[in-house]
Design a protein around this ligand. Structure first.
Ligand SMILES: C[S@@+](CC[C@H](N)C(=O)[O-])C[C@H]1O[C@@H](n2cnc3c(N)ncnc32)[C@H](O)[C@@H]1O
Length: 382
């Protein structure tokens, strides 16, 4: 597993818990190695801190999500501020300070220069790079969407577990998820920004790690803003890329491709991957596409990909692939529960699930390339 539990809480809590867990395990192993006669009914000392950390994790999560929503990190990128200045700038009630910024200090997202009312707060290097809306490394789009959509929808997880039904905007209408989501232009933009935020690190790593030397063309199916295509084209000057997605996404992708100065080698094409044939290319990529669908539809997309590739072509999926034993990649497993919330019957999967589905249609060789955090690329070669 690579960092699957990274999403839960701030550094200090995590460190405190790791130390407490190690201590508790050390105590347990000393006690368990004692001959039974010395134990005299003594129980190994158990520690509830991990239970508390996860159970109350939403305190930390929502504090960070509200800070992103309010633009706190963007405001602090311009100048350090005292608690009172933060409240004034963000339009907060005086009761919000100093608890709100101090909690973010304790969680590891802000730094505070000294003590008391005159102390100023600044971003940590990571908050400044990834959470300031003006930074080119901004990944807060996924947190903005988590705050606006996923956080309230996850309140109905128990209902989803009981019914197997989605708990998002489609809950009462039963409309298809993307059609419903894209009805509102602001929600379409928000979803696109969320995808850019969650995928930037993985696509950048993939563009640099994958060996493109024997390929010339790539089609990114469900390519959203064209981010993967642009990153591959920027890192591999011989590659021509097509970003294929639903027609209402094409103007957003085209705008981003022009902004990146890559219109010569990257094109956005509109279509429906269940209705239209996939554009032919040497490499076909799907970032977080198969996990949106049930097994039957996953297999339709795998078959269509096989048909669109030449002999020797590569099919690449980029996902938070679950470890084969389904024990370690907590983020991948939680993402699969998120697919229950969003779609009902959709689910995440492991590298060996992917290989077995691909083998059925004729793919012959497989490879896993670790990307960032809990995510990997699984590659099937035709
Ligand atoms: C979860 S997002 C993934 C976006 C991007 N690949 C990434 O990993 O950041 C799924 C994408 O599939 C696209 N999509 C959904 N249904 C589609 C369809 N029937 N045909 C083409 N694209 C579709 C959506 O518009 C969206 O951009």
């Amino acid at each position: 597993m690579r960092g699957g539990a990274c999403c839960f809480s701030g550094r200090s809590l995590a460190l405190a818990n790791a130390t407490a867990r190690q201590q508790s395990r050390a105590n347990e192993s000393v006690i368990l190695s004692m001959p039974a006669k010395f134990l005299g009914g003594m129980m190994p000392e158990l520690n509830p801190s991990h239970i508390m950390q996860v159970g109350m994790g939403f305190f930390a999560s929502k504090t960070l999500l509200s800070a992103v929503e309010l633009g706190l990190f963007t405001a602090l990128s311009k100048q350090p501020m005292t608690g009172a200045e933060i409240a004034r700038t963000l339009g907060l009630n005086p009761r919000a300070v100093p608890d709100f910024p101090d909690a973010l200090v304790a969680l590891g997202f802000l730094e505070r220069a000294s003590e008391g009312a005159g102390a100023t707060y600044t971003n940590t290097p990571e908050s400044g790079k990834f959470l300031d809306r003006g930074s080119d490394g901004y990944i807060g789009g996924i947190l903005e969407m988590a705050n606006a959509r996923l956080y309230p929808f996850w309140a109905d997880l128990t209902e989803a577990l009981r019914t197997g039904l989605p708990q998002n905007e489609t809950k009462h209408s039963g409309e298809p998820m993307f059609a419903k989501l894209y009805q509102v232009p602001e929600r379409l933009e928000q979803f696109m920004n969320a995808m850019s935020g969650i995928s930037a690190g993985n696509f950048n790593a993939f563009a640099k790690k994958f060996d493109f030397s024997s390929y010339r063309t790539l089609c990114d199916v469900g390519g959203a803003t064209g981010q993967l295509s642009c990153m591959v084209a920027a890192a591999n000057s011989h590659m021509r890329c097509t970003s294929f997605d639903l027609p209402n996404v094409v103007p957003i992708a085209t705008r981003k491709i022009v902004q990146a100065g890559l219109s010569e080698r990257v094109t956005a094409v509109g279509g429906d991957f269940f209705v239209d044939p996939l554009p032919k290319a040497d490499v076909i990529t799907m970032g977080m596409i198969l996990h949106d669908w049930n097994l039957e539809k996953k297999k339709v997309l795998i078959r269509k990909t096989y048909d669109a590739l030449p002999e020797g072509g590569a099919f690449v999926v980029i996902e938070a692939l679950i470890d084969d034993a389904r024990r370690k990649n907590a983020f991948g497993l939680l993402m699969s529960l998120n697919m229950l919330i969003e779609f009902g019957d959709a689910f995440d999967y492991s590298g060996s699930d992917f290989a077995s589905w691909c083998r059925e249609v004729g793919f012959r060789r497989f490879e896993i390339i670790p990307l960032t955090g809990p995510s990997s690329a699984a590659v099937a070669y035709k």
